[in-house]
Design a protein around this ligand. Structure first.
Ligand SMILES: Cc1cc2nc3c(=O)[nH]c(=O)nc-3n(C[C@H](O)[C@H](O)[C@H](O)COP(=O)(O)OP(=O)(O)OC[C@H]3O[C@@H](n4cnc5c(N)ncnc54)[C@H](O)[C@@H]3O)c2cc1C
Length: 470
């Protein structure tokens, strides 16, 4: 314990001890360190954590507290407006400084900038660091000094800039002489009332250790086959590191340095897509709500709560779409290939606004991330940076056949049609009556008939696009 005034380490989306620049700097001063997390739902602006993220956050905070206790410290939990809570905490403890790793979402940047000023006026030193991206978005611009809007030149640029090697983990943390009163984690009310998230615990281990294990397992067993298997949802071909990266239990630098620059380039490229998404959100601040390409503001969407709900529940009658939506509901995650198919189906086949899909993903994904989710949805809807052209419309039947040829993924998540032969698995409505009967399917009762007709829906999407252009 130290009698000197502490420095406050404000944990945010950097819920780890290793490779944590703010923590390292806080320790270097030799003062006591007061680790704090503030639950500030209003401070998140229009995007307070969704239900699945809250589940994750609860367990991640619990894990961080445990890890801090092993270093002789612990995590102080506070609730309410972060600026008020921190200003008050500085007053109470006489803290000489507040250190944090930056977040780059627009509303957070605005809040933190104001807080910096306020604390400085109070005589408190504020130091902030980049702990969540390979490069701070401020330092990345193209040759003309403007933000990148195309991925490939961005990727080349990032590679040329080089990256920071990961930092170690402190061996001990000097605790403050006394601990201010904090909240109990349970009082945050982050866990859902319903039993909906019960299976999440079997799928995930939130926290820094969980992230490290997931990275090591992926590095040892799977990254070598990433290029061949990353589009096959039935096999373990991808890293499933996204929630760990989102909550900062793992830094992108740790992921980057765990891999071989040449051999694992396809994987590092994906880390760079994450980086690109943050770059876009930082520079194009209204894109969570508005299309990056303004002409899409005139797109004739046809909002329909019945269609939206069928999609959310995995009851569209298109098996690969339904499989993805049910995987999402059950596990809080969906494979990237299926995210692309399911989201495309919503915006093109069902003509529902991409914002409605983004909102659902926000609430149900454990890796819900404002930058990645916004870029993903705008990419699919054709209205974002470097986006898929709108007129390229995924066919949910052939996509299923191509990426889940053996049907294992679809049969797992849509068990009521598991008995269908492969030939009809992605188009049960084409199966003859005796085949359906043999598989125990009463189409329209045990599994829905297709909610829209693919060729007609495709044409309607193209017509809507033409209407927008006109
Ligand atoms: C409509 C839509 C919405 C999405 N919403 C999110 C979201 O809210 N949060 C999220 O983290 N990802 C989102 N993605 C991107 C992608 O689907 C996930 O990052 C990926 O499926 C996570 O699984 P993984 O960790 O196994 O990925 P891996 O393939 O192992 O990739 C490694 C890491 O790279 C990053 N990454 C991979 N693909 C992308 C991508 N296309 N865009 C940005 N970063 C990427 C992720 O951080 C990921 O953990 C979305 C994609 C789409 C099409």
């Amino acid at each position: 314990m130290s009698e000197h005034p502490p420095v406050i380490l404000w944990f945010r989306r950097d819920l780890r001890l290793a490779d944590n620049p703010a923590l390292q700097q806080a320790c270097e001063g030799g003062q006591a360190v007061l680790p704090v997390f503030v639950l500030d739902e209003e401070g998140e602006g229009d995007w307070p954590e969704g239900a699945a993220s809250k589940w994750w956050l609860h367990h991640s905070l619990s894990a961080l507290d445990k890890d801090l206790r092993e270093l002789g410290s612990r995590l102080l939990l506070l609730k309410g407006a972060a600026d008020e809570a921190l200003a008050k905490l500085c007053g109470e403890t006489g803290a000489s400084g507040v250190f944090w790793n930056r977040r780059y979402e627009p509303s957070i940047v605005a809040r933190d900038t104001a807080l910096k000023k306020r604390l400085a006026e109070q005589g408190v030193q504020v130091r902030s660091f980049n702990g969540s991206l390979l490069q701070s978005p401020l330092s990345v611009t193209n040759k003309s000094g403007t933000p990148f809007k195309v991925f490939t030149p961005f990727w080349k640029h990032i590679q040329n800039l080089g990256t920071r090697e990961p930092l170690g983990k402190p061996q001990a943390l000097a605790a403050p002489a006394s601990w201010p009163k904090g909240e109990a984690l349970e009082s945050f009310g982050l866990l859902p009332q319903l039993d909906w998230a019960d299976a999440f615990g079997e799928e995930w281990t939130p926290g820094e250790r969980g992230g490290q294990v997931a990275l090591a397992v992926f590095r040892e067993r799977y990254v070598g086959k990433y290029s061949q298997q990353r589009d096959t949802p039935a096999v373990r071909g991808v890293s499933r590191l996204s929630p760990h990266l989102h909550f900062g239990e793992l830094s992108p630098n740790q992921g980057w340095y765990a891999m071989d620059r040449q051999e694992h380039e396809p994987y590092l490229r994906q880390i760079a897509w994450r980086e690109f998404a943050h770059h876009l959100l930082f520079h194009f601040t209204d894109t969570p709500a508005k299309p990056l390409r303004p002409e899409f503001e005139a797109f004739p969407w046809k909002p329909d709560s019945r269609l939206l709900e069928a999609w959310q529940k995995g009851q569209t009658g298109y098996p690969i779409v339904d499989a993805g939506m049910r995987e999402l509901w059950k596990t809080g995650w969906m494979h990237n290939r299926v995210r692309m198919i399911a989201s495309s189906f919503l915006v093109k086949h069902l003509l529902q606004p991409w914002q409605a899909g983004a909102q659902w993903f926000w609430d149900t994904l454990v890796d819900a991330d404002l930058a990645n989710n916004t870029m993903g949805w705008q990419w699919v809807a054709g209205c974002g940076a470097d986006a898929a052209p709108y007129f390229r419309i995924f066919n949910p039947i052939t996509q299923g056949e191509r990426f889940d040829g053996g049907g294992d993924y679809t049969r797992k998540w849509v068990p009521e049609i598991a008995g269908l032969p492969d030939k009809y698995l992605f188009k049960p409505w084409e199966a003859p009556a005796n085949v359906l009967e043999k598989a125990g399917i009463d189409l329209g009762n045990t599994y829905p008939k297709p909610i829209v007709d693919h060729p007609r829906a495709r044409q309607a999407a193209l017509d809507a696009y033409a209407a927008m252009k006109a």
